[in-house]
Design a protein around this ligand. Structure first.
Ligand code: FAD
Ligand code: NAD
Length: 478
């Protein structure tokens, strides 16, 4: 007879493992099927995020930024360091230690919460039954009252530039190089392209980024996007927009890339390539035809606002479904679904999900961009405060960027916050809270911020929205 659970989660990434933990906390008998085998050859929890995504990329961004600071910024603070060099194999080993530590931590949390980790690949059958195939090929069937699908996403590959050994790689491959290529091409100026392009540029590579679209970071407020593009260009990232890659070939250890742009056909010869053109939902092997699970035209599992699929008792969350492919979005959906199964009413506020690009400076935002407000015809007021006028940013000698705040012209309710600047991934939390509490720009302007902090720039931007910023001249002082 099939083993039975109250809740069976498929996928142990940030959506799935969080759903499993919350389900177990709520007293439900919970199991999670996860197939991941890590680079050490061991089964691992944590999914893309912990193994080859958020955490390892941030570890390398952190290490490479320290190296860049030692080379370029320490001197400005009066610190002389001679003979700075990067031990890249050691950096990769540090990153691997961090990953192993954190994925081991999830296994520990599963034990502590009494969650059964079923190692293998799950496929949905009819009637809430799940077939699980273990690494040795043995098969078993598991039944659960409630099933939560959380199998995440995988990198999109393009025919013009097929992956090849460690020369043409996707984001996972680019987290394991033990030396910096002399010349690197990144295909796609999205989040991954900019983050990993920055890592290898800081470690010494000459980096060319080819982006098919004409606009740079179209999902970001364009005032902020344009300012960031200028900074990245100054840092040495050669970002070429409107560049459509048509073919590639490898010979003598070099990769020749052909692309077209507004000037016609172009070629580029590099040592290595990162293909970072987006991710697609991981539905391979997830469901057998007899299950009848509805998949939409983009390959996403179809869900309603409560993450319910077309099959009663079967939910789907995280990168597998609509919405931004972000770890914290998947985790919140995991909590909401577990609580809903236990009988509570809960929801995810999709209008207040922060996004961050972890470059230097970081780009962070929540809510609407100025372009979106114009397009939908919403009246708004805006306040912008540059970090060059922030005492703390000056002390840090890290003054690139700004805080931009958008509020409703009639009600003054905060509609969006956009921050380009040091540690903006931490600062954006202020904007998320204000949006969540339906705060106004006046609320933020009347809030006391510690001095000297980077967050004072948020306060000043809110004051600026009312023409009364204190540390820059106002266009309309009141
Ligand atoms: P995943 O993390 O992809 O987990 C899905 C799990 O399901 C995997 O472990 C997989 O092995 C398992 N699985 C798949 N199919 C089956 C099956 N049939 N049976 C059993 N198990 C199965 N997001 C952020 O918010 N911040 C960041 O800084 C960030 N950085 C990133 C950097 C990189 C390089 C990449 C690639 C992604 C990054 N992301 C980031 C995105 C983030 O990793 C994803 O949004 C997040 O991991 C999605 O979580 P998930 O649980 O839905 O899926
Ligand atoms: P993306 O969608 O952010 O960017 C892909 C870029 O590639 C786009 O700008 C697209 O126009 C371009 N592109 C597509 N096809 C192309 C082609 N043939 N030639 C040249 N350019 C092409 O995708 P990504 O950077 O691969 O990241 C995937 C997902 O992972 C994102 O949705 C993101 O949410 C998530 N992620 C998040 C973070 C973070 O939160 N900091 C970091 C990394 C990844």
């Amino acid at each position: 007879m099939a083993e039975q659970f109250d809740v069976l989660v498929v996928g142990g990434g940030p959506a799935g493992y969080v759903a499993a933990i919350r389900s177990a906390q709520l007293g439900m008998k919970t199991a999670c099927v996860e197939k991941w085998i890590n680079k050490q050859g061991d089964p691992a929890l944590g999914g893309t995020c912990l193994n080859v995504g958020c955490i390892p990329s941030k570890a390398l961004l952190e290490s490479s930024q320290l190296f860049a600071d030692a080379n370029h910024s320490f001197e400005g603070h009066g610190i002389k360091v001679d003979g700075v060099s990067a031990d890249i194999p050691r950096m990769i080993a540090c990153k691997d230690d961090i990953v192993q530590n954190l994925t081991g931590g999830i296994a520990h949390l599963f034990k502590a919460n009494g969650i059964s980790w079923i190692q293998g690949t799950a496929s949905l059958l009819a009637d809430k039954q799940m077939q699980v195939e273990a690494a040795d090929g043995s098969q078993s069937t598991v039944f659960a009252e409630h099933i939560i699908l959380a199998t995440g996403s995988k990198s999109i590959e393009i025919g013009a530039v097929p992956l090849f050994e460690d020369i043409v790689v996707d984001s996972s491959g680019a987290l394991d190089w033990e030396s910096a290529p002399e010349k690197l091409c990144v295909i796609g100026a999205g989040v991954i392209g900019l983050e990993l392009g920055s890592v290898w540029s800081r470690l010494g590579s000459e980096v060319v980024v080819l982006e098919a679209q004409d606009a740079f970071l179209p999902m970001v407020d364009q005032q902020v996007a344009k300012a960031s593009q200028r900074i990245f260009n100054k840092q040495g990232l050669d970002i070429r927009l409107g560049a459509r890659v048509t073919a590639s070939s490898i010979s003598g250890g070099k990769v020749r890339i052909e692309y077209t742009d507004k000037n016609g056909e172009q070629t580029l010869t590099v040592d290595r390539v990162i293909v970072a053109v987006g991710r697609r939902p991981n539905i391979d092997q997830l469901t057998l035809p007899e299950a009848g699970l509805l998949i939409d035209e983009r390959g996403l599992v179809h869900v309603n606002g409560a993450c319910e699929t077309n099959l009663p008792g079967v939910y789907a969350i995280g990168d597998l479904v609509r919405g931004p492919m972000l770890a914290h979005k998947g985790s919140e959906e995991g909590v909401a679904v577990a609580e809903r199964i236990s009988g509570a009413h809960c929801h995810v506020n999709y209008d207040a999900i922060p996004s961050v690009v972890y470059t230097h400076p970081e780009i962070s935002w929540v809510g609407k961009t100025e372009e979106q407000l114009k397009e939908e015809g919403t009246g708004y007021r805006s306040g912008v405060f540059p970090f060059s006028a922030s005492g703390r940013a000056r002390a840090m000698q890290d003054t690139d960027g700004m805080v931009k705040l958008l509020a409703d012209a009639q009600t003054d309710e905060l509609l969006g916050m956009h921050i380009l600047g040091p540690h903006s991934s931490e600062l954006i939390g202020h904007g998320v809270m204000a949006l969540e509490f339906q705060g106004t720009s006046e609320d933020i302007a009347r809030t006391v911020f510690a001095h000297p902090t980077l967050a004072e720039a948020i306060h000043e931007a809110a004051l600026g929205a009312h023409g009364r910023a204190l540390h820059i001249p106002n266009k309309r002082a009141r």
